[in-house]
Write a new protein. Sequence first.
Length: 130
Amino acid sequence: MAVTDSALSLLGLALRGKNLAVGEAPVEEACKTRRARLVVSAADAAGNSADRARRWAENGGVPWMPVPWDKETLGSALGRASCAMAAVTDQGLAAALAEKLARTDEGMRPIASLLKEKEEAAGGQKARCP
């Protein structure tokens, strides 16, 4: 399985686990409520859509990254006709997705590193709780 295929599978896993907000309104809500951990947009998303996704991510304090799939491919993996944007709401899944995508695009390495640090910090906090 190619790296991008396994990354796409992670998004399907996130959806099944209710850890993925799909579409403009859900992504905006996830960012506003600070549940989003990573926002992604399809490679062929309209400029306005990608800009909104990026802006919502910035306002929510989370990274945004374009993914290598078009809207049809992304949507198909998520049981839809198409999908321009999504927000991963689980820290571990967000870190794993970014890591897989960084293997094919070195420009994504800083985002992957940031999410890995956040995952480790969250894991450390959970371990100390009674």
